[in-house]
Every structure is written in C-alpha cells, then in structure tokens.
Design a protein around this ligand. Structure first.
Ligand code: FDA
Length: 307
C-alpha cells in the first residue's frame, strides 16, 4: 500500500528537501548508492570486477529542469567514459543512462536528448564499451525507443530496457528480439495508471515470463534484470530450453541488493552484471528502492529510531 505513496513522494520537491537533509538518510542511501563521486564508483567497479562480476554505471540525475543541467550530465558521462577506458574492462563495464537526465522532458526534449546522448554513445564505442538506455515512465517509451533506433543504426550494441508491467511490452519484445539487440527486461519501477499497466503484481510476473520467453527464443541478447528468485530460476530454465550458452544472456541486479545471490550466479558460471548508481542526485532512485520492498523501507525507518 505504501509503494504508490513513496513513488509519488519520489516526484515531490518538498519531500526531496526534507529526506535529503536528514542526517540519518545518508547511511541508508550508502547501501544502495556507490558514493557521490566518480572515484567511489570506480572503487566499486574494481571490487565487483575482482569477484567476477560485470557492471553498468548510472551517473544519477533525472527530471532536470534546464538544458544546462543536461549538458552537465552529458559531461559527467563523458568523464565516466574516460575513467572506464582507463580501467580497460571493455564491455564488462558499460553505462546506463536515463534520457530525462539528457533533457527528454524539456521543450523539444526528444531532439535535445538525442543530441546530448549521442556524444556519450560515440565516446563509449571509442572506449570499447557501450550504453544501455534505462526506461522511465510510460510517457517516454515511444521517444526512448525511437532514440534507441537512431543510435542503433550507428551503434548496434546500444541496449534497451523493457518493463513487463506495461501492456505494450510483449509487442516491444517481439520488435527487439532480433540479432544484435540487447534488451534488459525488468518489471518496472514507476507509478503507472491502469490504462497502460498491470496493477496486480502476479499479472506483472506472468507478463515478465511471457516477455522473457520471447527474448530468449529470439536472436538477441537478453539481460534478466530482476532480484526475484522465481524469475532467476525461470531465466536459467529458458536458457537451457532455448539452447543458450551462459555467455548468450546475462543476469542483472542492483548494487547492494541480494549480493549472495549475485555471487552464487557467478560461481555457477553465469554472467552477472551489477547496476551501480553514483552521484549526488540519488533521491528519486533511492525512493523507488524504498517503494519496491517493505524490508528496504523498514531498514530506513529502523535507522531513524536507532540513531
Ligand atoms: P520484486 O520487487 O518483484 O520482488 C520479487 C521477489 O524478489 C521478492 O519477493 C524477493 O523474494 C526478491 N527480492 C526483491 N528485492 C529484494 C531485495 N532487496 N532483497 C532480497 N530479496 C529481494 N526499472 C525501470 O522502470 N526502468 C529501468 O530502467 C530499470 N532498470 C533496472 C536495472 C536493473 C539491473 C534492475 C535489477 C532493475 C531495474 N529496474 C528498472 C527496477 C525494476 O523495474 C524493479 O522495480 C526492481 O528490480 C524490483 O523488481 P524485482 O523483479 O527485482 O523483484
């Protein structure tokens, strides 16, 4: 019940100010965010890579209000690309971007986001790595998939994210199941209306399995973005059923979540990519993690009373 309230709070500036200023918030945020600075994120990358994991880095920033912020976000990603080039991990360390951080929600946002994200995708290719476009709320899906199409014409390895809670996603999976396509399938983290998305968690799960079947049966590279033990087991089973070798799909989980399971999958010979968010603009990301799981919220509330 609290989930929708927290997702609404994730978009509220006044609640953002209160939560961000509370001194007790920091240690809880640290569980989900690798740090505010690039060097902290690089330390997390090294530590995970040493344990056989792959990573995707997210420089936090979304819902910006002015084009100058979009340029700052672009530059932060260019710095990140240079740091990844120095690390030399190739596609084992890729980047995830939210197009809203590149101006997608501003006037003329579609063109602006494409213009701002293109140099990052170019720099990533030059550095031997790639970019995945995160998916945000349903109003952005057409624009994000159109930008994906433009980018893939020059950089076919650019990845997409599809959300099983949206009614449209099975069709999108069919459209993106072709050779060379990289698709991260997730359940979806935004508050969406009943006109466009399943509201019942069981329906979202069933849709996730239908979508995963389409992607695993296809010619592309499926990326299973879920902490759900059932989805992980079904992913492994579908991998076997469709004759995919472990290198022909991967699992993805968020930084700080189910770390023992991340290790287990690597030990079993699977590709496991950890999504590492870093930066100062952690509020929206943090609130979505609280909304997802009562245990995350309980952890936060406990830290308020035990301080
Ligand atoms: P869900 O929340 O449905 O929980 C199912 C079960 O999983 C739980 O009952 C429990 O057993 C287990 N579980 C879940 N969380 C756990 C935890 N913290 N600790 C222990 N067990 C836990 N969303 C989006 O809209 N756009 C995007 O671009 C992305 N990108 C993205 C990247 C990656 C790598 C991941 C893993 C996720 C995203 N998401 C996302 C978020 C996604 O949409 C979704 O909100 C969360 O992954 C939560 O859904 P799950 O499938 O993980 O489990």
């Amino acid at each position: 019940m609290l989930g929708p309230v927290l997702l609404a709070a994730a978009r509220s500036d006044s609640i953002r100010r209160v939560v961000s200023a509370a001194p007790v918030t920091r240690p809880v945020v640290d569980r989900f965010v690798a740090g505010e600075r690039l060097d902290a994120s690089m330390a997390a990358v090294r530590s995970l890579a040493d344990r056989g994991m792959e990573v995707t880095l997210d420089h936090l920033g979304e819902d910006i209000t002015d084009p100058a912020e979009a340029l700052r976000n672009r530059d932060a990603y260019l710095q990140l690309t240079a740091a990844l080039k120095d690390l030399g991990l190739g596609e084992r360390a890729e980047m995830s971007v939210k197009l809203s951080a590149f101006g997608q929600a501003l006037p003329g946002g579609h063109e602006l986001a494409l213009k701002n994200v293109t140099p990052v995708v170019e720099a990533a290719a030059e550095a031997g790595t790639t970019v995945t476009l995160d998916m945000e709320d349903h109003t952005t899906v057409d624009s994000t998939l159109a930008i994906l199409g433009e980018l893939r014409a020059r950089f076919p390895q650019t990845g997409a994210v599809l959300q099983s809670y949206l009614f449209r996603t099975e069709d999108d999976c069919h459209a993106l199941a072709g050779e060379g396509s990289r698709v991260r399938l997730v359940k979806g983290a935004y508050k969406e209306p009943a006109t466009v998305a399943f509201q019942d968690k069981r329906e979202v799960d069933k849709a996730y399995v239908r979508c995963l079947k389409i992607l695993m049966a296809g010619e592309g590279y499926p990326m299973i973005g879920s902490h759900d033990p059932r989805m992980v087991a079904i992913g492994q089973e579908l991998g076997r059923r469709f004759g995919r070798k472990p290198a022909e799909y991967e699992f993805q989980m968020l930084y700080g979540i189910r770390e023992a399971e991340q290790e287990r999958l690597v030990t079993e010979g699977h590709r496991m990519r950890v999504y590492i968010p870093y930066g100062t603009d952690w509020y929206g990301y943090f609130m979505r993690r609280l909304a997802e799981r009562p245990a995350n919220l309980a952890f936060f509330l406990r830290s308020l009373v035990t301080k």
